[in-house]
Design a protein around this ligand. Structure first.
Ligand code: GLU
Length: 615
């Protein structure tokens, strides 16, 4: 047996930097024994003070876990943001916002004080949270708690239970919350029976979660309401933005201002010892360590969040973005024509009017800043007749980006510019979104393949400038670049070896993976050469050869399909070899022609690659 090298063994157990960082936090803060477990709910005082778990969920659904991440604890006030989001979604924003404020109170979480409208200051303090439970009770009656439990389970991506002992303990001792609830009731914030509403609230606080759950729940908030592990859209983006807003201003008890100033990540903690922190578009963090500081926040949890934010510079107000990275290529068809072989008069028209077709290849997310930048780049050069936006590398479009690009399309329509979109499959989500943006606009076309889009735009330019697309026919092998330089008798002999074949529109002439047994000279019609993944390599018209790679390779690497009905002369490779043996000089000439054709293709391919890096 070969000994395993130390590097190979180490690689297998290597950890991503983020996990190493969390490991270090865990190791460093495990020694931190400040603070105390909550006592005012008697059952909470039984928590094991040494427990310490950190979970971090990314928006692609990965969860890093260090320490006691599977130890259940009661969610307590960490339920508040989710029940607020639920209230917004189930009763409508105006109903919720009419009875619960969104200002920080500056008071402790369990303060028995309402604002000047006699409403709770915000949904993150007990008064506001009890009001939210009351609203859900109003809508769902006896089913209110089950509704909440189910919704929170969707945030966590698993079915959550209740700690009956903690529930009973708080229910038996929660007189302060009772006082708050009666105050809400006399001010008509709660309209249902107070003890029924409190029962919902106490139960919701006793829902059991783990640090891992908290991380996923936080990541769902960070991901516009889509649980990144299950993929489920749990709540609306409206509710998410409002929930994160109140977490930002009031999530960390009377430490909230300091928290957002120092850490800059919306968060919510609970007296059970949990903290969840949700950095929009980045991550969700869940920590569990039941020793609390004087504000009621987990001592170790706070330290983890502070260090995470400082180490990776994650303060949400410390952001920048370079809009210029969204364009990876910007050219006219002068630099990068379609792969369609064109007759000389078409080439002339296209050369003279190459500015008419502008191609902009985009990448990444189309956001507010990206689309604004693109529109300014577009305006800098002369007005084209056609603009092709290639979207195949676009991964997302924000609402602002979608709105602005629609405005740009409309503007282009006013200038009679046709917009061509390429790179979106009709079966895709992107296609649906694109249909929405472009509804009612008549200057939009789409082609999945960029090359097909360029080809179509070229055709329009040729037509507009009086040219015709001439699908001429030729039976002359002398016009074939592959056979250039052969003597008339040699061409005649070759022609005699061939068999004329006709193909229907759409018919496959050769298929990738098949044995390459013949080569073809196109006499009429149009064919295209496509890779198995759909990439179009070339569009050919009469006078061109295809399948000529059979001279070098025994197996076909691409499909050739007839675009329109086509006629071709097929010569078997075996016959061609015989010809080359009989006419070595002609054989060598053909191979040199082939080398030249291939080198021209390579130059074209390199130009295309260079275009992608030149901008
Ligand atoms: N059930 C607890 C209470 O209302 C929650 C407190 C909290 O976690 O902040 O007192």
């Amino acid at each position: 047996m070969n000994p395993v090298s130390p590097l190979v063994a180490a690689w297998a157990s290597s950890k991503p930097p983020l996990l190493r960082f969390l490991d270090r936090c865990h190791a460093d803060y495990l020694a931190e024994n400040g603070g105390d477990v909550a006592h005012y709910i008697p059952e909470l005082s039984k928590a094991e003070p040494s427990h310490f778990g950190i979970g971090l969920a990314t928006l692609d659904g990965h969860v890093y876990e260090v320490g006691d991440t599977r130890v259940p604890f009661t969610i307590q006030s960490m339920s508040k943001p989710f029940v607020f989001a639920l209230a917004l979604d189930s009763l409508g924003a105006s109903r919720v916002e009419s009875v619960i404020g969104v200002e920080p109170s500056g008071d402790p979480f369990n303060s028995i004080r309402l604002n000047t409208d006699n409403h709770p200051f915000n949904p993150m303090v007990n008064a506001g949270a009890i009001a939210c439970s009351g609203l859900i009770h109003e809508a769902k009656g006896n089913g209110a708690f089950e509704h909440i439990r189910r919704e929170l389970s969707r945030f966590a991506g698993r079915d959550l239970d209740v700690d009956e002992a903690v529930y009973a303990s708080e229910s038996a001792t929660g007189d302060r919350n009772r006082a708050i609830a009666y105050l809400l009731r006399t001010n008509s914030v709660i309209t249902d029976n107070v003890s029924a509403v409190l029962d919902v609230y106490f139960r919701q606080c006793a829902i059991l979660v783990t640090a891992r759950d908290a991380a996923i729940m936080a990541a769902t908030l960070a991901n516009r309401g889509i649980n990144p592990v299950t993929g489920e859209q749990v709540t609306t983006p409206y509710a998410i933005a409002r929930t994160l807003s109140v977490m930002t201003s009031s999530g960390m008890y009377d430490y909230a201002g300091e928290w957002i100033y120092r850490v800059g990540i919306p968060a919510k903690s609970g007296v059970g010892g949990g903290i969840l922190a949700s950095l929009p578009a980045r991550l969700g963090l869940g920590s569990y360590s039941p020793r609390l500081d004087k504000h009621g926040n987990s001592v170790r949890g706070i330290k983890v969040c502070e260090r995470l934010s400082a180490h990776y510079d994650l303060h949400m107000l410390n952001r920048s973005d370079d809009a210029r990275t969204s364009i990876i290529a910007d050219y006219t068809i002068g630099k990068n024509p379609s792969r369609r072989s064109r007759r000389p008069h078409e080439q002339e028209i296209l050369a003279a009017h190459h500015q008419d077709v502008r191609v902009i290849e985009l990448v990444g997310t189309l956001s507010f800043s990206n689309v604004d930048y693109i529109s300014r780049k577009l305006a800098k050069r002369p007005r084209p007749q056609f603009v092709i936006f290639d979207l195949r590398r676009v991964t997302a479009i924000t609402r602002a980006g979608a709105r602005m690009i629609t405005e740009q399309f409309r503007e282009l329509a006013d200038f009679r510019v046709t917009v061509i979109l390429s790179g979106i499959k009709r079966s895709s989500e992107g296609w649906k979104i694109m249909r929405e943006w472009t509804e009612g606009l008549h200057n939009i076309r789409d082609f999945y393949l960029l090359d097909a889009a360029i080809e179509w735009a070229e055709d329009q330019v040729v037509y507009r400038h009086g040219g015709s697309i001439d699908f001429h026919e030729t039976t002359e092998l002398s016009e074939q670049p592959l056979l250039a330089g052969l003597a008339a008798e040699e061409l005649k002999e070759l022609a005699a070896l061939g068999a004329t074949r006709t193909y229907r529109r759409g018919e496959k002439i050769v298929g990738a993976g098949e044995a390459a047994t013949s080569l073809f000279f196109l006499q009429s019609g149009v064919v295209h050469v496509t890779l198995p993944d759909g990439v179009r390599l070339a569009t050919l018209t009469a006078g061109m050869a295809f399948g000529e790679m059979a001279l070098l390779e025994p197996t076909r690497s691409a499909d050739v399909l007839a675009d329109a009905s086509a006629t071709a002369v097929a010569i078997a490779i075996a016959d061609f070899e015989g010809f080359r043996n009989r006419h070595p000089r002609a054989g060598e000439r053909i191979m040199r022609n082939l080398a030249q054709i291939l080198s021209e293709r390579l130059i074209v391919a390199n130009t295309k690659v260079n275009l992608l890096t030149a901008t």
